[in-house]
Design a protein around this ligand. Structure first.
Ligand code: DAK
Length: 259
């Protein structure tokens, strides 16, 4: 019997791993998958034993986009009244812990947008990024027209959105779309090692950094700097920050309690 669950969930120490699993459809993102992904992200976010989350796909596809088969006959009223995208795709925006995408193969349309919604993208050499919605007379409507220009600038974003241009991993790295590129055979191991390193740090400090960097996308420099300064001041109310500084001066490893 085939396993119809659209995602697989595992923990590796303080790291939560979510694997997208619709192999026949190259992990095309339908409601069942996005509901399950949102629920898994929320469960890891609420779990005090988890410090970082990894989302990955298969060797062939991180995700080939929104499920075209599911969408083909929807009407405006269907998507408007059910709040398509906002309803379940945007759950990732509410996650406060670091989320890392480990991308091999195709990250197209909604798959590229899902990766862009993560905090760090580790790309395998085989990774391919595109927003090809224009070929369907659609538009990248899960944050693509907004996050891509912030990530790579207007010129590259317009090129990708208007022409459906596909980037390979090295181009995506050069343009600032991804954080780092690794050999395919090492993608999961290297991403889990990165997530383990991140998760070993103080969780409230990680959350404050994520919140502050995200502020940079949405505010003026003056507002963003003020937000950052207050976040820094708040670090002095944290036991971990005092432990971190004392441990450095004592030349020992810090013992963070995530508070
Ligand atoms: N949806 C559904 N099925 C898909 C799919 C997708 N996005 N992508 C691939 N598949 C299915 C194929 O139909 C095929 O199924 P069978 O024929 O075997 O039943 C199977 O996966 C394998 O695909 P291929 O045979 O095509 O595999 P290839 O290696 O030849 O090609 C490919 C791989 C990734 C280049 C190709 O599959 C492809 O071009 N896929 C479509 C990529 C795409 O156009 N992605 C963008 C989807 S549109 C909105 C907000 C957001 C969006 C829309 C609206 N609103 C707020 C209204 C977002 C839209 C999108 O993401």
């Amino acid at each position: 019997m085939t396993d119809a669950r659209p995602i697989r969930v595992e923990t590796h120490g303080r790291v939560g791993l979510i694997t997208l699993h619709r192999p026949q459809q190259l992990n095309a993102l339908n409601d069942a998958l996005m509901d399950a992904l949102g629920a898994a992200l929320q469960a890891f976010d609420a779990d005090p034993g988890i410090g970082a989350i990894v989302i990955t796909g298969s060797d062939k596809a991180f995700a080939a986009g929104a499920d075209i088969d599911a969408m083909q006959d929807w009407s405006y009223m269907d998507v408007y009244q059910s709040d398509f995208i906002t309803r379940n795709w945007e759950t990732i925006r509410t996650i406060r812990k670091p989320v890392i995408a480990a991308v091999a193969g195709y990250a197209m349309g909604g798959g590229c947008e899902l990766a862009l919604a993560c905090d760090v993208i580790v790309a395998a050499e085989s990774a391919r990024f595109a927003l090809p919605e224009i070929k369907l007379a659609m538009l990248p409507g899960a944050g693509g027209t907004q996050r891509l220009p912030r990530a790579v600038g207007k010129a590259k974003a317009m090129d990708m959105c208007l022409s459906a241009r596909m980037l390979d991993a090295q181009e995506a790295d050069r343009y600032g779309l991804v954080s780092r590129v690794v050999p395919d055979a090492e993608l999961l191991e290297r991403t889990l090692a990165l997530a383990t390193q991140i998760a070993s740090f103080s969780l409230p400090a990680l959350m404050a950094i994520k919140e502050s960097v995200n502020r940079a996308w949405e505010s003026s420099l003056t507002e963003g700097i003020l937000f950052e300064r207050r976040a820094l001041h708040a670090r002095f109310a944290s036991a971990d920050a005092h432990e971190g500084m004392h441990a450095f001066l004592d030349k020992r490893k810090p013992a963070f309690e995530h508070r």
